[in-house]
Design a protein around this ligand. Structure first.
Ligand code: SAM
Length: 217
């Protein structure tokens, strides 16, 4: 339920965590100022939904810290007509933010219970342009390729080759890449058959498990 308290906490999150740290994309700030993040967390954690921290969502997974969601979304440089592929639906919150800024979002999650609950909350808040797909996102989603932007919200050893080939010309791919414990946030931009890399900030994500990620055992 939307309360005055949640609304105030959300506005504080935008000014004190996002704008304060240099997020300038008005679309990202407006989306995160309106999307009810508290709907994507466990009922017992609602009072912490707008805190400056990731939170557990069950199955040893997390909803990312608001600032990291904002930074990754800003790095995508979304246009209203863009098609987006997200790998790692988790709670569905990042997908909801993307849904406010782009035309169509395909989001892949490997854990059935998380995919189900994300689908439910996304439908309840009216994010009708998000399709949640159950599967191994490390192989991408060939069916709807190419994508204008790809966002990976789990840590990979490197950029999975299928994701590179599913990125449209001029497209942007944002991914935490590196070790299993800590990574760098990277943005890859496709220029023909070449990919331009920009390395951003150190981050710590849960691992991308799958054929082109880390082994699950
Ligand atoms: N974007 C999410 C959100 O807004 O709540 C947070 C994602 S959480 C940090 C990482 C997610 O990636 C987990 O839900 C995990 O199950 C998922 N994941 C890990 N490996 C995956 C794979 N190969 N394919 C799809 N999802 C994967």
């Amino acid at each position: 339920m939307e309360t005055e308290e949640n609304q105030q906490a959300r506005l504080r999150m935008v000014s004190q965590q996002l704008e304060y740290r240099g997020i300038v994309d008005r679309g990202v700030l407006e989306a995160m100022g309106s999307i009810p993040r508290h709907r994507f967390v466990d009922p017992g954690l609602v009072s912490q939904a707008y805190h400056d921290t990731p939170l557990p969502i069950g199955h040893s997974q997390t909803i990312s810290q608001p600032y990291i969601v904002a930074l990754m979304t800003q790095l995508l440089q979304l246009q209203p007509d863009n098609t987006v592929l997200e790998i790692g639906t988790g709670s569905g919150y990042q997908a909801a933010v993307l849904s406010a800024l782009a035309a169509q979002i395909y989001s892949v999650e490997r854990i059935p219970e998380l995919a189900d609950s994300a689908r439910k909350v996304l439908a309840e808040i009216g994010a009708d342009n998000v399709q949640v797909i159950l599967g191994d996102g490390s192989i991408g989603l060939e069916k709807y390729a190419p994508y204008d932007t790809i966002i990976v919200t789990a840590a990979a050893p490197g950029v999975p080759e299928p994701l590179k080939s599913q990125l449209a010309e001029g497209g942007r791919l944002v991914i935490p890449a590196g070790g299993r414990g800590t990574q760098y946030l990277e943005r890859w931009t496709r220029e023909g058959d070449r990919f331009h890399l920009e390395r951003m900030v150190p981050v710590a994500f849960v691992p991308l498990l799958g054929e082109f990620g880390w082994p699950s055992a």
